[in-house]
Design a protein around this ligand. Sequence first.
Ligand code: MG
Ligand code: MG
Length: 270
Amino acid sequence: MIIVKNTEEIESMRESALIVSKTLGMLASEVKPGISTLQLDTLAETFIRDHGAIPGFLGLYDFPNSLCMSPNAQVVHGIPNDKPLENGDIISIDCGALKNDFYGDHAYTFEVGEVAPETKKMLDITKQSLYVGIREFKHGNRVGDVGYAIQKFTEDHGYGVVRELVGHGLGRKMHEDPEMPNYGKRGRGKKFVEGMVVAIEPMTNLGTHRIKQLKDGWTILTADGKPSAHFEHDVALVNGKPELLSTFKYIYDALGIVSDEEDEFRQVKL
Ligand code: MG
Ligand code: MG
């Protein structure tokens, strides 16, 4: 059952989403060769608590840390450890925060130092696919329209779309209805309704879409060992249109990137 949110609840969710956005922005300055994912995890936990929120992933389904840290061939759900990041790595950081009973949940894949051009391109296409999907989250459309658009765009570029892990409704629970796959058929699935909030999160592999899981019971990685990217935004359906609750602005500010990619999805100014 889809749980719709009223205006006040959506503003609460924006607050939670923006705490995650600011956390990722803080991390953007720290991601460099030599730092470990566990050090980044500690920084994030402190930052989230200093902003009056609780790390959304810590303890959720017994996950041991505040961040999911998935380098290189890891797709999602990687567990932070003390291995230093190296020049040329990519690191997908997924972050959650709980404030005023509502969750924020979004993710970005960062470059560590100088990254191979083919990997850089995959990051760019995956991020673009996120917006291709968000554009379809509008009045009259259905879950399958978002999935179809992401899948088509991604596969047209020759990449693999992960099937086993999907986006989701978001609210007082981290995972609410509906599931939001990054593949699908036009016109299929649940119809979008005003006031619903979803996390849209394409997971894209440079090679095969197939994945495997490590024995730790968490870490998902590509079956062929090639790199994978993950970008995620929280989006509400407001006035029949997608309204971004999260932002990559703080990341871009830290990295000196100028972008207007979010402007078309923002009815409320940041
Ligand atoms: Mg996430
Ligand atoms: Mg999510």
